[in-house]
Design a protein around this ligand. Structure first.
Ligand SMILES: *[C@@H]1O[C@H](CO)[C@@H](O)[C@H](O)[C@H]1NC(C)=O
Ligand SMILES: *[C@@H]1O[C@H](CO)[C@@H](O)[C@H](O)[C@H]1NC(C)=O
Ligand SMILES: *[C@@H]1O[C@H](CO)[C@@H](O)[C@H](O)[C@H]1NC(C)=O
Length: 371
């Protein structure tokens, strides 16, 4: 309430930007507009509760999907290009996410580009962020196939620019969000250090994700020691480490990010499907034979503990952050992974085919930030 005039008006603008997106959830858009000019924390939480409706629902067959022809998309790497690598069943492409409470607007790439004109959106995280980024690029490319699209990589940032709209879609690879540094003793995962933030906070929209690497051990583990404060350990409880890393990120948001300018989204935990017990098929150890989603709204395996940890940490942030709460809806999509239909022929039940489930994440992202 004590903000300066200019700061306040930019917050109001952002609020309008975000209010329109939740018309189908909000009973009174005016009260949401006030969210950012009065008690941000409390009202934001109420608002988020309303928007969180769109993550509860089920998958319905819709023959008007997929939203684009993946063979015509130049951005899909071989790990995610399931049709190219011979996936024979195509039903997985024809599901639409249907929230219980309202209808999601269909993704409109031109509208997205017009609304984000001149803006920069960045995905920050592991290979699931890369996966998500490629789906968004395909959706946008399909909307404006003949426009000028340029690509460059600067240090750790890959940037694809839709020149006719001045919209940049960026990817910053970061396994843990917090730092890993090379020191005399070896590679140290620093749970309370986040140096890349200066690159991130310049963006208009940030979509964060981290989870996949926190339980990596052995040769796949990209660090030798883990450090918190002055304490250096060879290892620690990984869920505790995950929480500490997220708290460092959360403190960075509160201290360094101007959320009037930069919209912060955190993607929920992306589920893998290697344990059939979770979806009622004991003995099944991968997603290789799955061609249909779990029906209904409930995943028998329940919600992962990591999502609880993430929600706890997000609740501790004073500034507005939106949880792109894709965990349950993606758990239902045991059919959405590349399995063996990818360019390296391994069994992958962690990433997602493009086109596919991630297009729904992007429809939700679109709704959360602009539609
Ligand atoms: C995220 O979705 C799950 C499952 O639908 C739900 O239990 C949880 O409350 C949601 N979290 C938030 C913060 O909306
Ligand atoms: C998809 O795109 C490919 C490559 O441009 C093209 O050969 C094919 O005919 C398209 N398929 C459909 C259904 O439009
Ligand atoms: C890449 O780096 C160069 C030199 O630092 C800079 O001029 C250019 O704007 C950068 N490009 C992007 C997309 O950030």
């Amino acid at each position: 309430m004590m903000e300066s005039g200019t700061k306040r008006s930019s917050c109001v603008l952002l609020a309008i930007f975000m209010t329109i997106s939740c018309l189908c959830f909000a009973t009174s858009s005016k009260s949401i507009l006030q969210t950012f000019t009065t008690n941000k924390n409390l009202k934001w939480k109420k608002w988020q509760k309303k928007v969180s409706n769109m993550y509860q629902g089920s998958w319905v067959q819709d023959m008007s999907y997929p939203l684009y022809n993946s063979s015509a998309c130049p951005f899909i790497r071989k790990e995610f290009d399931c049709l190219k690598y011979g996936r024979p069943d195509h039903l997985y492409l024809q599901y639409r996410w249907q929230p219980n409470a309202c209808d999601l607007p269909r993704f409109d790439g031109k509208h997205f580009l017009k609304k984000l004109k001149g803006k920069k959106i960045m995905f920050v995280g592991d290979s699931v962020s890369l996966n998500h980024f490629e789906s968004l690029l395909c959706l946008l490319h399909a909307a404006v196939p003949d426009s000028i699209i340029t690509e460059e990589t600067n240090n750790s940032v890959r940037t694809v620019t839709f020149q006719d709209y001045g919209v940049s879609v960026k990817l910053f690879n970061s396994h843990y969000l917090v730092d890993i540094e090379q020191e005399k003793i070896g590679r140290v995962l620093k749970l309370d250090s986040l140096k890349d933030g200066n690159t991130w906070k310049d963006m208009d929209v940030l979509v964060f994700n981290t989870w996949l690497w926190w339980y990596r051990r052995g040769p796949k583990q990209p660090w030798d020691y883990v450090q918190e404060g002055e304490t250096i350990l060879e290892d620690m409880d990984r869920m505790v480490a995950f929480r500490k890393g997220l708290i460092t990120w959360a403190k960075w948001v509160d201290s360094d990010v101007d959320t009037c300018k930069t919209k912060i989204i955190f993607q929920g935990i992306s589920p893998s499907h290697y344990n059939g017990v979770e979806w009622g098929k004991p003995g099944v150890t991968n997603c290789g034979k799955e061609t249909e989603p779990v029906s209904g709204s409930t995943y028998p395996g329940g919600s992962p503990l990591a999502l609880q940890v993430l929600e706890d940490v997000l609740n501790s942030i004073k500034k507005p952050v939106h949880l792109l709460n894709i965990t349950t809806l993606s758990q239902l999509r045991k059919d959405g992974h590349p399995s063996s239909y990818n360019g390296f022929r391994g069994m992958d039940c962690t990433h997602w085919c493009v086109a596919g489930v991630l297009d729904a994440w992007n429809e939700l992202l679109y709704t959360a930030i602009i539609s």
